[in-house]
Design a protein around this ligand. Structure first.
Ligand SMILES: C[S@@+](CC[C@H](N)C(=O)[O-])C[C@H]1O[C@@H](n2cnc3c(N)ncnc32)[C@H](O)[C@@H]1O
Ligand code: SF4
Length: 334
C-alpha cells in the first residue's frame, strides 16, 4: 500500500516515462501531461537590472500572486515532475511566497520546485527553508564577476551579500544532493569579458552548475546589450575550459551559443513545458508569444491537445516550423 507521497511520485514517474515515449515518437496528440509547469508568482522586485523582461507599464507590473490565487492555478500542475515558481519579478519579494511553497509541497509532496532569485534576500531564514524543503532547484542570478559590473547591470552594490548568501547555502546544504544550487549569467556586452572569472568563482563556491543564457531582447532598448560572436568566442572557450577542468556543468541554450546553432536540432518545450501567465494565458516557451489557451476558460485537456498545440508539435521540429522558432537559440537542451 503506497502512502500519498509515494503514490504521487509513482504517477509522476509514469507520466514522465509516457511523455518521453510520446516525445520520441513526435506525437502531436498527447496522453501524457507536461513535465514542467511554470506558474506566475509576481512582478515586484527590489532591483532594476538593465536586461530585465519586466514591462513596468504592463498591468501585471508591481503586482504579486497571492496564495489564494495560486490555488486556482494549481490543478493544472497535475502529474508534472516539477513546477517553476518564479516569474519576471523577484519571488522573495512576494509576501505570500513562503506560504505558496509550503502549499505546493503539501498538495504535491515530493514535486521538484524550481525557483530563481537575485539572492539579495537569501538570508539565514530563507536558506533554512530551502534546505529543509530539499526538493528545490534554486538559481541565483549573478551576471557578473566584479562588483563594478554587478552594479552596472543589476543597479545595486549587492554582489558581496549575494556571494555570502550562496556560500552559506552551499555550506548549509552540506553533503545532501538537494537542493540543487545554480549560479546564472545572462550574456551581455557589459559582462561577457568576466565570464571566465564568474565560472572560477562558481567553482570556488561549490555550486552544481552555471546556466549561461543568451540575452533575450524583450524590448528594442535591449539591443544595445547584445554580444557578438567576436565578443564571445575566446571568453566562452576559456570559461568552458575552467568549468570542464573542475567538472562544473555549464548549462546553455546551445553548447556554444551563437556559433553552434542547429536549426535542425530538437525542441522539447511543446511536449514538456507549460507556462501560464497571471491572466491564465498559456505559452509554450519564452520566445513564442502566442497564447495557446486560458486555464480559467478551458480545461487542461482542451488546451494541451488543442488543434494549435498539436500543430505546433507537428511542425516545430520540421522545416515548417514557425518563424519565431527559426530564430530561437534554444534548439538544443531547451
Ligand atoms: C526575470 S528573472 C526573475 C527571477 C529573479 N528575480 C532573478 O533575477 O533570478 C529570471 C531569470 O531571467 C534572467 N533574465 C533577465 N533578463 C533576461 C534577458 N533579457 N534575457 C535572458 N534572461 C534574462 C535573469 O537573470 C534570471 O536568471
Ligand atoms: S532581479 Fe530578476 S526580476 Fe529583478 S530586475 Fe533583475 S532580472 Fe528582473
Amino acid at each position: 500500500m503506497l502512502g500519498p507521497a509515494e503514490e504521487a511520485a509513482y504517477y509522476r514517474v509514469k507520466n514522465a516515462v509516457l511523455n518521453n515515449e510520446e516525445f520520441k515518437e513526435q506525437k502531436a496528440y498527447l496522453k501524457s501531461g507536461p513535465l514542467l509547469t511554470m506558474l506566475p508568482i509576481g512582478q515586484t522586485c527590489n532591483l532594476k537590472c538593465q536586461m530585465c523582461p519586466i514591462d513596468r507599464n504592463s498591468s501585471f507590473a508591481c503586482s504579486n500572486i497571492s496564495l489564494e490565487e495560486i490555488k486556482k492555478f494549481l490543478p493544472i500542475v497535475g502529474q508534472s515532475a516539477s513546477v517553476a515558481l518564479y516569474d519576471q519579478g523577484e519571488p522573495l519579494t512576494n509576501p505570500d511566497y513562503e506560504k505558496i511553497l509550503d502549499y505546493v509541497q503539501e498538495c504535491h509532496p515530493g514535486i521538484v520546485m524550481y525557483t530563481s532569485t537575485n539572492g539579495t534576500f537569501l538570508n539565514k531564514y530563507w536558506r533554512t527553508k530551502i534546505v529543509t524543503y530539499g526538493y528545490v532547484v534554486i538559481n541565483i542570478s549573478v551576471n557578473a564577476g566584479t562588483n563594478y559590473t554587478y552594479f552596472k547591470i543589476m543597479g545595486k552594490d549587492a554582489l558581496p551579500t549575494v556571494m555570502y548568501n550562496v556560500r552559506e547555502l552551499v555550506r548549509e546544504r552540506g553533503e545532501n544532493e538537494l537542493p540543487k544550487i545554480l549560479l546564472s549569467f545572462v550574456l551581455q556586452k557589459d559582462n561577457v569579458h568576466e565570464l571566465p572569472l564568474f565560472v572560477s568563482q562558481a567553482v570556488d563556491l561549490g555550486v552544481d552548475g552555471v546556466p549561461i543564457w543568451d540575452l533575450i531582447q524583450y524590448s528594442p532598448a535591449h539591443a544595445q546589450f547584445a554580444v557578438t560572436e567576436k565578443d564571445l568566442t575566446s571568453v566562452y572557450l576559456e570559461a568552458k575550459k575552467i568549468a570542464d577542468k573542475n567538472n562544473l556543468p555549464i548549462l546553455t541554450f546551445a553548447d556554444i551559443p551563437y556559433f553552434d546553432l542547429k536549426y535542425d536540432s530538437v525542441c522539447r518545450d511543446p511536449w514538456q513545458t507549460m507556462r501560464v501567465n497571471p491572466s491564465g494565458e498559456v505559452r509554450t516557451c519564452c520566445y513564442n508569444a502566442k497564447s495557446y489557451g486560458n486555464v480559467f476558460k478551458q480545461s487542461f485537456e482542451e488546451i494541451w491537445n488543442s488543434p494549435e498545440y498539436q500543430e505546433l508539435r507537428a511542425t516545430v521540429n520540421s522545416e515548417n516550423m514557425l518563424e519565431v522558432c527559426k530564430k530561437c537559440p534554444r534548439k538544443i537542451n531547451c
